[in-house]
Design a protein around this ligand. Sequence first.
Ligand code: ADP
Ligand code: MG
Length: 598
Amino acid sequence: MRAKKPIRLLPPELQNQIAAGEVVERPSSVVKELLENALDAGATRLRLEIRDGGQSGIQISDNGCGIPPEELELALTRHATSKLSSLEDLQQIDSFGFRGEALPSIASVSRFRISSATESGEGTVLEAEYGRILSTRQAALPKGTLIEITDLFSNVPARLKFLKQPATESRKCQDAFIRAALSNADVDFEFVNSGRPVFRFLAGQTLRQRLTTIWPEEILEKASDIHFTGEGLRIHGLTGDPSTAQGRADRILIYVNNRAIQDKMILSAIREAYRGRILGKEFPQAVLFIELPADEIDVNVHPAKTEIRFQDEGTVFRAVRRAIIGALDYKAQTERVPLGQLTPQASPQQHVSLPLAAPQTRPQSAPTTAREVPAHAYASETHAAKFSSARAAQELFKNNSDNAPSRPEPAVTPLTSDSFAYLGQFALTYLIIDRGDELHLIDQHAAHERVLYNAFRTQSSKGDRQPLLIPIDLSLHRSQVTLVQEIWQQLTDLGFSLELKNDQSVSIMAVPTLLSPARAKEFLNDVLMEKAKSMEDLWAVMSCRAAIKAGDALTPDEALSLIEAWSGLPDCDYCPHGRPVVVRWTTGELEKLFKRRP
Ligand code: ADP
Ligand code: MG
């Protein structure tokens, strides 16, 4: 062991350099801190310029309140801040900064110059190197602050080694810039990278306007606006359409009281809201602003201030989930425009009989034209009744104020046989629909799954039961006994009646009416394989087991009832597992496919 040296206080430069390890990890953290300082200073215009990924140069100028000459040195002293003076203040933070660590940290690992004036014409310039102040002088400057940093981390080789390629560091700086620009729409922002102007956001733009330069047009156009007030907080922003989901998780930007943060709980609430609309490996794009009383959060969790703690996580989780589901459902419902009559172009001559498989589904003649098929021909009451739980679901959706809290509910407009023609079943799997100007192929299993799932969801899972004359026995593994006990109540709610036998097997005494005994057994097996962890999972598995399968022949009226029930659902485009239910082609798209048009 080394001989023990006496305890000594570290010199201030070294204290700052150590603190810098946490506050300024890379050039983009410098950018973030300096932008926040400018915004805290009330700037209405700010300009960021970087060179070489920020490592050779970062410059930020603002027209904020400036720093008085006598405070300039103090600004470079650790734990010196103008934003906080008591412990009570810490519970009511309304500025981005409050720890007084950024400037001293940055100055300790770079060559640093700050020029600042509280009144135009009366400024001060201070220069420092690796935390040591070299000079201070008077200068005629416009009101505001200019910070110039060069040779970042040049005295900390270990940190330098961890930096990525300049292009990557540039992108991270750009991300920090965008995060600040999106949440301060009333401020003019400019970003220049190695002499090249990259972004200019004018003051007063809307969030959508700022996003036009960042998000692809299609994603932005399809995105839903979020407006939510409830559970003691307010949420607004934009959330992407499920069809534009992609594989990256970092395209979700979360702000709490305008502070950009990272938060796993909120991320999972967002994904939960998309559950059943996107695939497990996909993520939506979203910008989410959450506002709640300052004393219900703790922002002092980490020096970088990008994490916060919520007093009541559960409430925030629920609110975020509701806000997003509301936005998605609202959009889905308003966009389902009334289909009206078939357009005149859909004249009989244009409907050619397709040589479809599955003659057994159409015992008489297949419908060959849209007009030859009377609207009511397939609308059999009996078959409609088969899918009637979906009707109940629709009714409930209409009245469920949870889903779009601050807006009137638009009426759901299901496809009716007046406005589309059912052309038949293909490969005993897909239903072919002529909608006049679009051709739709519907996956019958996925559509039926969606109908059943939504019915479970709205009816709070209560299912009718059908007793079995001969109970079915399932033998259980030890761990499965616990699992069955854990979800006993949910299974009962679904319509099962079970009896546990000496901890080794379970007898199924009754099954939900929706499931045949064989399907019920498959369902329980799925559940015991832990394919279901929540009530939603149980509904999804049960819908999957109860739904008609690919390969099942459907009579035309069965197909019609299914389509009608399905098309009125707000989230009809996706099955509960997130796979698409329908593919569509417009006449234009078909023309392109056939190369009739470029
Ligand atoms: P914090 O932001 O946590 O207070 P900083 O080290 O980032 O700590 O900044 C120290 C102080 O310097 C701030 O409290 C503020 O008074 C002042 N300051 C920093 N940047 C600016 C700026 N761009 N305009 C005006 N004042 C600034
Ligand atoms: Mg600060």
